[in-house]
Design a binder for this molecule. Structure first.
Ligand SMILES: [Zn+2]
Length: 54
C-alpha cells in the first residue's frame, strides 16, 4: 500500500498545502486555521476546494 500525499486548497484564503491522505487528525490551514480535512477512519475527508494527488 502506497501512502499518498494530497495538495489541498483552503476555500477561505486560497492557501495550498500538502497533507497526508490518511491523516489521523484534523488538518487545518496553516494560514487562517480553516479546517481542510477531517479524519473519517479511512481516508481523510476533504472540506476544502478539493484535493489533487501530489
Ligand atoms: Zn486558509
Amino acid at each position: 500500500m502506497v501512502s499518498k500525499f494530497l495538495r489541498v486548497k483552503c476555500s477561505k484564503c486560497k492557501n495550498e498545502q500538502v497533507m497526508f491522505e490518511k491523516s489521523a487528525s484534523t488538518v487545518k490551514c496553516l494560514v487562517c486555521g480553516e479546517v481542510l480535512a477531517r479524519p473519517t477512519g479511512g481516508k481523510a475527508f476533504m472540506t476544502g476546494e478539493g484535493a489533487t494527488e501530489v
